[in-house]
Structure formats: structure tokens, C-alpha cells
Ligand binder design. Sequence first.
Ligand code: TYM
Length: 331
Amino acid sequence: MKRMLSGIKPTGRVTLGNYIGAIKPFVSYQDEYEMIVFVANLHSMTIYQEPKELRKNTRDLIALYLAAGLDPEKVTLFLQSDVLEHAQLGWYLGCMVSMGELSRMTQYKDKASKLGKNESIGAGIFNYPSLMNADILLYDPDYVPVGEDQKQHCELARDIAERFNSRYSETFKLPEPLVPKVGGKIMDLQDPTKKMSKSEQTSKGCIYILDDIQVSKKKIMSAVTDSDNHIIYDPENKPGISNLLSIYSILSKKSIASLEEQYQGCGYGQFKKDLAEVVGQELQKIQDRYHEIIQGSYIDDVLKNGADHARYMARKKLAKVERKIGITIKK
Ligand code: TYM
């Protein structure tokens, strides 16, 4: 069975973008692949997190993984901070990557370019891909399912794995990023040239999985579209309606072509109304299960079992790395 690994940061509330680009694909892969899914809470520290919020967001993310349908009997589900080997390997790999490589990461460049005059960027954001490389390489996954924005980080993991293997002999499997063809980059509903993101301050363009259902429907109804009223997929010239078509296609499991045909001659109003219903139903299903899961100690049990399993795998791999690089002195 091929192996897959991925994670999400518990910064802010989980968005429809995270759900479509990551969580929903994870659920669909769990029967076919050996899945390892974690909460990247060490990554969340790259920007200040109010401790109480971080605790809530972390529990919510685990509950949402489960509510969306990840089955802990099939998937290893854990908190990154419970497996210390991530940080340890992150250090070794960070020593094998250059400042130039890290400064070419578009996510870092984006964040750096948005800084105000008197702000400085945290070293954590700069170094973050090394930790992500460790998250991936510790477990030798064949594939890393991510949204479009994380593809470059996964490619760096591949480069670093190759570098390590050629310097110290074959150690890491070369992972492949897996980005969904539709839904790999869900755009902001108010500015469809920008990614829907949990770190944005304005929430009108971003649907959160735990949004009130009526609020989520209103966000769809007020999504920015052009004025020609034709429902056609053309991300370059019609980014707003194309984004809505992607969301509709993923949630309804209908192809974009069949949706274009279904809504031929219809105005945007009817299309948005139907989509708002589809989104509302999907969120309602998840929220009902979330409210059951978030009570009690189920989450803690799942995390304990997941961490035990992940730690077992990670320790073996790290021991191998430390023997190869000369850190272990026992013969
Ligand atoms: P994060 O927390 O920013 O996002 C989690 C996942 O959601 C995807 N995503 C989107 N997909 C489609 N449309 C969007 N608008 C959208 N916004 C986010 C992301 O691409 C990602 O797949 N560094 C990672 C977390 C991480 C990780 C890893 C992932 C840490 N270690 C190892 C894979 C493997 C991050 O910040 O994702």
C-alpha cells in the first residue's frame, strides 16, 4: 500500500479552502492509501498565537478532521508537537538548505512583501520549510496531498531528500506533491484573484467550516462575479464564477462541464442560490458531527494512539539518520 502524509496548521479557523484543497481529499484517500495526517502546531508558532485561541483551534482542527470523515482506525492522526523527532530532524535538514533556497519560497516572499515599514519578519517563517521537510521525510511517504500553495515546499523536500541521499547514501524516499486538479486553490469570494485564506482579516470573502449556515449562504450570495451573467469556467477572464464552479463541482461531485451545461442560460442568481444550498448542506453535516466529537475525551484518545504510532515510525527513521550523519557515536 502506498503511503500519504499531510498536515494543516491550527492558525485561525479552518476554511472552505482547507476543506476542499486538503481535508476532503484526505478522506477520499484513506481507503486506498496508508494515511498519516497531523496538526502542524509547531508551524503555527511562526506567528504569535494567543495561547487560549491556539488550544481551541487545535482541538477544533482535530474534531473537524474526524467530523469530515477521517477514520482513526485507518489513519494515523496526531499532533506534531507530540513527536519530538520532527523538530530534531528539522534542525539537521535546516543545516542542509541554503538561505537562497529558503528566500525563494513564494510563501515567504509574499509575507515579506506585505510587511509594513517598521515591521520585521520572524526567523520562524523563513526557516519553516525545513521543519516541513522533516515532517514529510520522517515517514517516507509516496505522496503529499496539498493545495497549490504548498507545492513548492514539497518540491524543496524532494530536493533536500536527494541531497541527503547523495551525500550520505540512500535514506529518504522522494515524495511527490499531489495537488487536486479542481479545488487546489480556492479563491477569496470578495477578491477572486487572491487565495481564500484563514489569515485574512476580513471574513466576508472566506467561508469557515464552523460558520453559521445562514452566514455561509450569504457569503456565497454576495460573492463577487462579473456582469456578463454567463456561467462558464474561465479562471483568467472570469475568476469569480470559475471559483464558484470549482467549489460547486467538488461539493456536488459533478464535473465543471456538466454544471456549465446545467446552468446554460440561467443567471448568476439561481446558480448562487443552488450553490449556497450545497455549501450549507455540506457544512451542516460536518458541524453536526463536530458538536458530538468536541465533547468528552474522544479526541485525546485518538491523539494518544496516533502519537504512539507516529513516534514509533519517526524514532526508527531518526535513528537511521543520526547513524548516517555521525551524531550517534555508538558503534
Ligand atoms: P495550511 O495550514 O496553510 O493549509 C492546509 C492545507 O490547506 C490547503 N489550502 C488550500 N487549498 C485550496 N484552496 C485554498 N484556498 C487553500 N488554503 C489552504 C494548503 O495547501 C494545505 O494543503 N505548511 C502547511 C502545513 C504543513 C504540511 C506539512 C503540509 C506542515 N507540514 C507537511 C504537508 C506536509 C501549511 O501551512 O498549510
